[in-house]
Each structure stands twice: as C-alpha cells, then as structure tokens.
Design a protein around this ligand. Structure first.
Ligand code: ZN
Length: 107
C-alpha cells in the first residue's frame, strides 16, 4: 500500500537534470495533487491525462507520478468504460451532499 500524504518526487529526465524548472514545478504540483487523492482517483487522473494529445507516454507518466504503468493502463480502461464496473457510493446513497468517510490520514 502506498502511504497517504507522501509526495512522490518526479523521476523524469527533465527533473533529474533540472533542465526545465517550469516542467519540474508542474510535475511537483501534479504529485502534490495526487498525494491528496485516494488510490482509484489517482489512477483515473493519470489515466485521463495519458489520453491528452501530446501527453507523455505511460512509461514517462510512471516516472513522473510513481504509478505503475499497469496501474495507469487500468485507470485509462476504467475511464474508457465510464467507470461502469465501479459502484458510485454517493449516487446509491441518494440525496448525497454527505462527504464520504475519511480514510485514515496520518499526522
Ligand atoms: Zn518531471
């Protein structure tokens, strides 16, 4: 299990060599954002951006986000099937508005 609130440090070549501070900042922001998501949300987000034109390859995205290539592929597939295989708790509970129970957050 990946531990919550751990911010992955990008391992792409650009960040490793410090060639482009702009890119490094962007990748860091991505990882900060990802650190606040839960597991499925993380792979959906990365699966989603992997479909954008000019987006990095899965391999590259794996380096940036620390996710497995397999995980990214899975996220993309789930997005493509519109998450139909996955129950949406909020919808079933009807009326919604109630925030989901928080997952353990380490302090
Ligand atoms: Zn990077």
């Amino acid at each position: 299990m990946t531990s919550e609130l751990t911010i992955h440090e990008c391992e792409c070549d650009t960040c490793k060599t410090g060639a482009d501070p702009e890119t490094t900042r962007h990748h860091r922001q991505m990882n900060i954002f990802l650190s606040r998501l839960d597991e499925p949300q993380r792979r959906w987000y990365v699966g989603l951006i992997s479909q954008k034109p000019n987006s990095p390859s899965d391999r590259q995205l794996g380096k940036i986000t620390g996710l497995d290539e397999k995980t990214i592929r899975r996220g993309r597939q789930e997005i493509e099937t519109e998450l139909t295989d996955l129950p949406d708790d909020r919808q079933r509970r009807e009326g919604g508005g109630r925030p989901r129970a928080e997952k353990k957050i380490r302090r």
